[in-house]
Write a protein that binds this ligand. Structure first.
Ligand SMILES: C[S@@+](CC[C@H](N)C(=O)[O-])C[C@H]1O[C@@H](n2cnc3c(N)ncnc32)[C@H](O)[C@@H]1O
Length: 171
């Protein structure tokens, strides 16, 4: 059976997801000049996307959020730029450390479970919307409903890999 005729395997979904993630981050990096503000990385994890973000956006301040630091030692930011704790709380209360609204929020908190992701999206969407500046981007592995944002077109890889890109209206 050809790949086009059957349900995609989890390996294929994972590869599509990583391809879409990198493509979105590269695309946004090229569109970020002129959009002020830091980058927020929600979910440091192993630090792979943090490492990519700092490679493609070397002049941007990047803050990472996670409940614990488990990243590769080469991909851990300095203490000023790590915010440890439950994102539901830290994102709501980070304004005293991150005074400017973000030019890009990258959200890599998806669980792969549709029900858990729906529950997470319900509290996450308003918090991300609050922290994103006018003209700012949100790349997310969870579908988010945010007033004042446009959903940007997605590639086949992004559809298969469940990745979304949004932009806040205004400039
Ligand atoms: C899929 S991993 C991120 C992978 C990362 N982007 C990378 O490239 O290595 C998700 C991370 O988000 C963190 N996380 C998930 N839900 C969270 C929450 N509610 N609060 C804080 N951290 C959370 C997990 O601890 C995990 O490290």
């Amino acid at each position: 059976m050809s790949a086009a005729e059957r349900k995609a395997s989890r390996l294929e979904v994972f590869i599509a997801r990583m391809s879409a993630q990198k493509a979105f981050l590269d695309d946004v990096a090229g569109r970020l000049p002129g959009v002020p503000g830091p980058v927020l990385e929600l979910g440091l994890g192993n630090g792979r996307t943090f490492d990519h973000l700092r490679a493609v956006l070397p002049d941007r301040e990047i803050f990472v959020f996670d409940r614990a630091v488990t990243a590769h030692p080469a991909s851990i930011p300095d203490g000023e730029h790590i915010i440890i704790g439950e994102i539901r709380e830290t994102l709501a209360w980070c304004g005293h450390r991150i005074s400017e609204r973000a030019a890009l929020v990258h959200c890599d908190l998806g669980t792969g479970d549709a029900t858990a992701d729906l529950a997470k999206a319900a509290w996450l969407a308003p918090l991300i919307a609050e922290r994103t500046g006018a003209g700012g981007f949100v790349a997310s592995g969870i579908e988010l409903a945010m007033d004042g944002f446009d959903e940007l077109p997605r590639s086949d890889a992004a559809r298969l890999g469940r990745y979304w890109l949004y932009r806040r209206r205004g400039s």
